[in-house]
Design a protein around this ligand. Structure first.
Ligand code: 5GP
Ligand code: ZN
Length: 135
């Protein structure tokens, strides 16, 4: 399998690593939304959050907290977004699980609006039930 993030995570391709342990490598995004934009990569391949083990998913988000704090201090940013895309429709372009940690500055050019889906309270409640029944 030819996965660029596998190669980066395992150190086969050099990267701007800011953190590494047995399970993860954290690098700087090559095309950052803002300076300091980090990517948390597991060293084992999983295309998305569904494929990643619960244990590694938990560790990945704990690491996101640590990286977010370091990014905030390093950049003195006004806010931090933690994002994780699954599937092309959700904006995923590299199909190896990763978490984005993005520093945000007042007036920056990052666009992350959710839009607004037209619905009603009954549909919201019904969907809530469906989600509950799939846990
Ligand atoms: P996605 O859209 O899949 O959530 O995010 C993929 C991210 O990986 C993008 O922000 C993109 O700039 C970054 N990226 C893609 N290829 C490389 C690479 O070879 N090196 C680094 N450091 N980042 C990459
Ligand atoms: Zn991979």
């Amino acid at each position: 399998m030819d996965c660029i993030f596998c190669k980066i995570a395992k150190g086969e391709i050099p990267s701007t690593t800011v953190y590494e342990d047995n399970d993860f490598r954290v690098i700087q995004d090559i095309n950052p939304a803002n300076l300091g934009h980090c990517l948390i990569l597991p060293k084992t391949h999983a295309a998305n959050i569904y494929e990643l083990s619960e244990e590694l998913t938990g560790k990945a988000f704990m690491l996101a907290k640590k990286i977010a704090a370091a990014v905030q201090k390093a950049t003195d940013c006004d806010g931090v977004n933690i994002l994780q895309n699954n599937g092309e429709t959700a904006g995923q372009t590299v199909f190896h699980f990763h978490i984005h940690v993005i520093p945000r500055l007042k007036g920056d050019d990052v666009k992350l609006g959710f839009g607004s889906f037209k619905t009603d309270s009954e549909s919201i409640a019904a969907m809530g039930e469906r989600i509950k029944n799939n846990l």
